[in-house]
Design a protein around this ligand. Structure first.
Ligand SMILES: NC(=O)c1ccc[n+]([C@@H]2O[C@H](COP(=O)([O-])OP(=O)(O)OC[C@H]3O[C@@H](n4cnc5c(N)ncnc54)[C@H](O)[C@@H]3O)[C@@H](O)[C@H]2O)c1
Length: 345
């Protein structure tokens, strides 16, 4: 079989940690051919470390000049949509990092470009590829929870404001909601089989991110901190289900972090963090816990699925349509936070 010719757009942190390193585990099936990054130093380092034959400061030039089969989009969120659409129009399969885009309109354009090209478009909702997520999804499909009618999504950090672009609204579209909350929101929606959202209510705060520590150096750019540091929300669906959501980069709370999905069904509930399924049996609470679920690296499993799908074997878990729904909810939560009104979808 001829090797897949791989391109990378954005050669920073996640490209190194989750894409390039994992492509390199399959040199018999893929070839790292080209990379685009606006930062010359990053480009040079990537070429030296990984042997890309072609490098570009503009991804559009990369797609014009080099023939590629599959591309990872690993830029700040602002460039996900234009780079993904350019890649699809150039005939490439695309694995675009999460969140899909900055807005729902962009996610819709990405979906349309995927349909027109006939190529794969999938998003880096890597948590779906965790062992416990796959186990819980199978349990739900086997009817263990019954009808899921309510739930709670948390992606909370007590003191975890990231550096770089992650505090920049112009480049990222927002803070914890679009960056980390989106992972757990997507997981909850996937577990619930993506019911249609009909109404969203949200609040967003910037109480701590803009202020320095009292006495010690502050590790993030609090002067140019333009995203929320805490977001809260409620999402109602057309099947009557409700999800509550909370997500923070920084907030005063007892634990260092708390990331989970809890779902309540007519037959049972689940807790993603502990992979627990909770029921009543003859009036007695029964907890099904599976301490030995295999949990290989989710990024590697996701990338291997992408390589296989690009070779024509199998499909990806995350679809362009689901990306649209996730983005609609995120956008509506931010809009509701801004206006103080519920948003009907
Ligand atoms: N799935 C996950 O768990 C996960 C984890 C971290 C980050 N991410 C996502 O990955 C994306 C990148 O995050 P990161 O941590 O790698 O950021 P980063 O800042 O480390 O890397 C981004 C890279 O993109 C480059 N870039 C900026 N604009 C560009 C453009 N127009 N064209 C080409 N390159 C451009 C930058 O120079 C940089 O090298 C974000 O969307 C983020 O949400 C996902």
């Amino acid at each position: 079989m001829t090797k897949l010719r791989i391109g990378i757009v954005g050669g920073g942190g996640i490209a190194q940690a989750a894409h390039i390193n994992n492509y390199k585990k399959h040199v018999d099936r893929v070839e790292l051919v080209a990379i685009a990054d606006v930062n010359e130093t990053t480009l040079r380092r990537n070429v030296e470390a990984h042997g890309f034959a072609h490098s570009f400061s503009d991804y559009r030039e990369m797609f014009e000049k080099v023939e590629l089969d599959a591309v990872s989009i690993c830029t700040p969120n602002k460039f996900h949509a234009p780079a993904t659409i350019a890649a699809l129009r150039a005939g490439c399969h695309v694995l675009c990092e999460k969140p899909p885009a900055m807005t729902a309109a962009e996610a819709i354009q990405m979906e349309a470009a995927a349909t027109e090209s006939g190529k794969i478009l999938t998003y880096g909702f890597c948590n779906r590829y965790r062992g416990r997520a796959l186990y819980l999804k199978r349990a739900i499909e086997a009817g263990e929870l019954g009808h899921i009618y309510a739930g709670r999504v948390a992606a909370m950090r007590r003191n975890g404001i990231p550096g770089g672009v992650f505090v920049n609204k112009e480049l990222q579209g927002g803070g914890p909601l679009i960056d980390i909350g989106v992972h757990m929101l997507d997981l909850a929606l996937w577990f619930m089989d993506f019911p249609k959202p009909v109404q969203v209510m949200g609040s967003a705060y910037r109480e701590l991110g803009t202020k320095p520590y009292d006495t010690v150096p502050t590790p993030w750019d609090y002067v140019n901190y333009t995203v929320e540091d805490l977001a809260m929300g409620m999402i109602r669906f057309d099947n009557g289900a409700t999800l509550l959501l909370e997500t923070s980069f920084i907030v005063h709370m007892p634990e260092g972090s708390n990331s989970t999905v809890r779902l309540h069904g007519t037959k049972g509930g689940l807790d993603y963090k502990s992979a627990g399924i909770h029921k009543l049996s003859q009036g007695i609470p029964v907890d099904i816990v599976a301490p030995k679920i295999p949990d290989p690296d989710m990024h590697q499993v996701q990338l291997e699925a992408f390589i296989a799908a690009a070779e024509g074997n199998g499909t990806m878990l995350s679809t362009p349509r689901e990306g649209v729904v996730v983005q609609q909810i995120i956008e509506a939560l931010y809009r509701s936070a801004e206006t103080g009104e519920a948003v009907n979808l």
